[in-house]
Design a protein around this ligand. Structure first.
Ligand code: V47
Length: 374
């Protein structure tokens, strides 16, 4: 494979050498990768690393999103999902409704519930503990990936508990891992503009550190394609890489392309396909200590996500029944893809589909049962 690398940008040659020698890339390398016109060479390098780690294996899961409430005290400019309590369209599910939502509308057995929502000013911590306990009782085999670092920090504040105690109680109630949302961009200057009411970048990282120390794995995200500079993206990636060196608790990195429609930033253009695949590739190359890079098809579109499988991504996320956050922000992708459609996208890219559970253990399905091989 090594001799196939070709580039018309000589600045990529030393990066190529580092990748072959398994050396860590620097902030300056990342800027070069963001700024070179030779996107195919960037893709080659990321693909090389992706195939070294995973060969042709490409992961997906069968999951269901549950957003218990869109009521949110924050008023983030990046968001089209959150509503004030009395605003039109605001909703909060009763516990029974949330449990029903978990069960409804899908015939294939899900292996994961992905649960995130707004920062509700009145819902007590007990609501969230009961929500999780009730799901575990009804669906004991399903992994519960719930509450971003931002939600955890807010629940801690409302319950007057430390973040550690909050995480401990969530874990005892049945939370198995945490999703990667709320990270946005760590740089203060950008964070103040796009999500001023959220915890800052250091608090996000500290909450993730605590979760990992308690044995809860998590994901990490980065929201790109709004007002951030290349330097801000690099700073974000390096902070995640440093924390991963320390805890090893991150499973997957998911770059999230900003969808401006229906947000206060709707004057901004959407990301381009080139920007999207480049971000996947730079993430793969810089986050050498993350096992997985996810091309989240819901927000990239199935078409770009499929191409991303040759630019460093090894995961497409899941069947995702009923996505709300991007669809409120104008996403035109379907709200869910059937298992067979995901398999077709992966096979067509020349990759091998592997259904996984949240912890990346292969899932074996027969006509009558679903087994996770450990
Ligand atoms: O934190 C909000 C982003 C995130 C917009 O961990 C927006 O497996 C684009 O984190 N345009 C929530 N993005 C979603 C998320 C996620 C998704 C899939 C898988 C996983 C995982 C995590 O969505 C928020 C924010 O960064 N977001 N509004 C918008 N207008």
């Amino acid at each position: 494979m090594a001799q196939d690398f070709q580039t018309d940008d000589p600045r990529l040659d030393p990066i190529h050498e580092k990748v072959l020698a398994r050396e860590r890339l620097s902030a300056e390398d990342a800027l070069t990768l963001y700024r070179t016109g030779d996107i195919l060479a960037v893709g080659w390098l990321a693909n090389h690393l992706r195939e070294r780690l995973h060969g042709n294996n490409t992961y997906f899961n069968v999951n269901r999103h549950i957003n218990p409430t869109n009521v949110c005290v924050a008023a983030c400019r990046l968001c089209a999902f959150g509503r004030k309590k009395d605003a039109p369209g605001a909703y909060t599910m009763a516990l029974e409704e949330a449990w029903q939502a978990a069960a409804s509308g899908y015939t294939e057995a899900v292996t994961e519930f992905h649960i995130v929502g707004g920062l509700h000013p009145d819902l007590p911590f007990e609501y969230f503990l009961d929500l999780v306990r009730g799901l575990k009782e009804r669906f004991p085999q399903v992994h519960i990936k719930a509450f971003t670092m931002v939600e955890v920090a807010y629940l801690a504040k409302r319950a007057k508990l430390s973040t550690r105690e909050t995480l401990e109680q969530l874990k005892a109630a049945g939370v198995d891992s945490l999703p990667g949302g709320g990270a946005e961009i760590f740089a203060d200057r950008i964070r103040h503009i796009i999500c001023d009411h959220k915890i800052d970048g250091d608090q996000w990282l500290e909450t993730a550190r605590l979760a990992h120390q308690l044995g809860l794995r998590s994901n990490a995200t980065m929201l790109y394609g709004h007002i951030e500079r290349d330097e801000d993206r690099v700073d974000h990636l390096l902070k995640l890489r440093a924390l991963q060196d320390e805890t090893g608790g991150f499973q997957t990195f998911i770059p999230l392309a900003f969808h401006p429609a229906n947000t206060p930033l709707q004057h901004l253009p959407t990301t381009t396909g080139l920007n999207d695949v480049r971000q996947i590739a730079v993430s793969r190359l810089m986050l050498d200590n993350f096992a997985h890079i996810k091309a989240y098809w819901q927000m990239l579109s199935p078409k770009i996500a499929q191409i991303a499988l040759r630019f460093g991504a090894d995961d497409l996320d899941g069947t995702v029944i009923e996505e709300k956050i991007y669809h409120d922000a104008g996403a035109t992708t379907p709200q869910g893809l059937r298992r067979q459609e995901l398999v077709r996208l992966i096979r067509e890219a020349g990759r091998e589909p592997i259904e996984r559970d949240t912890l990346y253990r292969p899932v074996v399905r027969t006509e009558t049962s679903v087994t996770v091989s450990v």
